[in-house]
Write a protein that binds this ligand. Structure first.
Ligand SMILES: O=P(O)(O)OC[C@H]1O[C@H](O[C@H]2O[C@H](CO)[C@@H](O)[C@H](O)[C@H]2O)[C@H](O)[C@@H](O)[C@@H]1O
Ligand SMILES: O=c1ccn([C@@H]2O[C@H](COP(=O)(O)OP(=O)(O)O)[C@@H](O)[C@H]2O)c(=O)[nH]1
Length: 487
């Protein structure tokens, strides 16, 4: 089987550099170990009508990374426009933030069609396509129009909202009908999957039976595959990171004070404003916790060209400054607020230094930071995870202190409880969460999806069983200066 993975964002394997977003962080080890080719945006755009899309290819473990220059005329309308100003807010149940023009929708469809054409170069008769996320809802339909008959699957990293919310997206019907050209659509949680099936049944008036939707494209199976991490890797990174200068400096600066940590993209879905308000409330209601506990909030800038993100960045900067102004002392800063990212080797050490991990999104597909925080803890003296019940991770990490991110007072109480939790209770909760993480790793996640995708067409019949022999990759690779380039 020749696996072709497709996503908007790809990650290069550089351990000392931050990875933006959980999708890229999760797929990196999958590609490194599976021998797949991973196709996505290079982050650059190119003018003109590219007959042959330009791709730079480099080796990535046993696999390869193909980075495409996307069309300059459509990139903004596709990425900042339809994908992140119409689909993203809808998928996170923020219908009030949906902004979309007809031009943005046209650009989104153009980029989906462009990607389909680009993929033709990387496939052979034994290929399987595994597409990631909301950027490419129409990609399977475009591939089918180009004559591709091999299995094509989609995994949605975000939540899938209630029917009424998705119906607020312009062209929702055409888009979701196109989505049914996928053989398999994967979701993070049961609720996401049920919402999708209920839209197909009630709004598209299609037959849905045992998780399969029957449409003009044939059969689409909808199934749940909660994404995992590599807990062993995080535990090892965290144990090693204690001697890293960035981590040692942080420890020394604490002078025995307890630390809570938050690590998020600067995104309105992450609930950052309510989190800062909860800390403000905690220090107001329990002034004995001043100097005794502070917050390190890493808020990595994200999608800064979009108005809602720019507004959030200004609002947060003001709020953090106000809270520090009210509660701070000449020699004590309550909130250390950073607008930058860290490589995972350092991040693991920061997680382990913190007695409390605060992960309080208003909506989140999974939230890998929650899982990484748990995996990075010292088993002898683990920290406590305070987790929003609206993160996909809450379905699995129910031994965390689960909170309602809209209820600021109760979040303040939960953080204070976490700070004073006795060791036996911390250990018991941590063990329960680690057992889950060890049994549902990132490798298991990808193996489960790939198995289900292979089976999806065996069930449907037209192609018969998938050949068992692994074929040689079809994409042309040539080594140039020690790297690998496409020609
Ligand atoms: O690529 P960006 O626009 O910078 O955004 C970063 C990624 O954000 C989202 O990540 C999601 O995937 C995680 C892993 O499954 C999941 O834990 C998290 O809840 C999701 O929000 C987005 O879905 C990705 O496409 C972006 O690459
Ligand atoms: O400074 C940072 C901040 C975050 N991350 C990584 O970015 C991912 C964030 O994924 P998550 O699912 O929590 O949220 P998303 O950003 O995808 O919505 C995690 O794997 C983090 O380790 C990182 O490498 N460096």
């Amino acid at each position: 089987m020749n696996l072709v993975i497709v996503s908007n964002r790809v990650a290069r394997a550089k351990p000392n550099e931050p990875i933006t977003g959980g999708l890229a962080a999760a797929l990196l080890p999958v590609v490194e170990k599976s021998g797949a080719i991973w196709v996505g945006s290079s982050g650059r755009v190119r003018d003109g009508n590219q007959k042959e899309p330009f791709a730079e290819i480099e080796a990535l473990g046993t696999g390869a990374l193909a980075m495409l220059d996307l069309p300059a005329a459509h990139y903004g309308g596709y990425y900042e426009g339809f994908a992140n100003s119409a689909l993203w807010p809808a998928l996170h149940s923020r219908a009030d933030l949906i902004r979309a023009s007809e031009e943005d929708y046209a650009s989104y469809r153009e980029v989906n069609a462009f990607m389909a054409r680009a993929l033709l170069r990387f496939q052979n008769p034994d290929s399987m396509f595994w597409v990631q996320d909301y950027h490419f809802l129409a990609l399977a339909a475009e591939l089918r129009d180009l004559g591709i008959t091999q299995p094509i699957g989609l995994f949605m990293h975000t939540p899938w909202p209630a029917r009424a919310v998705i119906a607020g997206v312009p062209h929702h019907r055409a888009l979701i009908e196109a989505m049914l050209a996928y053989d398999l659509v994967g979701f993070q949680t049961d609720e996401d999957c049920e919402n999708f099936l209920s839209y197909a049944e009630a709004d598209l008036e299609l037959v849905v039976h045992n998780g399969v939707v029957i449409s003009q494209h044939g059969r689409t199976r909808a199934e749940v595959f909660p994404i995992g991490i590599d807990p062993q890797k995080f535990a090892q990174l965290a144990a090693k990171a204690v001697t890293h200068p960035d981590v040692s400096r942080l420890r020394r600066s604490l002078n025995g004070e307890a630390l809570a940590i938050g690590v998020d993209r600067l995104d309105y879905s992450k609930g950052l404003v309510n989190r800062i308000k909860a800390f403000d409330r905690m220090w107001t209601l329990q002034p004995q916790l001043k100097r005794a506990a502070s917050l390190l909030q890493i808020a990595t800038p994200s999608r800064g060209a979009i108005e809602a993100y720019g507004n959030l960045q200004s609002e947060l900067a003001r709020l953090v400054s106000d809270v520090n102004g009210i509660h701070g002392e000449a020699d004590w800063t309550p909130i250390r607020y950073l607008n930058k990212g860290f490589g995972q080797a350092v991040l693991a050490g920061l997680y382990r230094t913190a007695q409390v991990g605060v992960v309080t999104p208003l909506q989140d597909g999974m939230n890998l930071v929650a899982k990484e925080y748990v995996a990075a803890q010292n088993p002898e003296n683990p920290g406590v995870l305070v987790l929003s019940k609206y993160a996909g991770a809450a379905n699995e990490l129910d031994a965390a202190l689960l909170v309602n991110p809209h209820d600021i007072d109760s979040m303040a109480r939960a953080i204070a409880t976490a700070l004073s939790m006795p060791l036996p209770e911390r250990r018991m909760r941590w063990e329960a969460m680690m057992t889950r993480l060890r049994n549902h790793t990132i490798q298991q996640w990808s193996a489960d999806f790939i198995d289900a995708l292979q089976e999806s067409q065996v069930d449907a019949g037209p192609l018969g069983p998938i050949p068992a022999e692994p074929p040689t990759p079809s994409w042309p690779l040539r080594s140039v200066n020690g790297g690998v380039r496409y020609h």
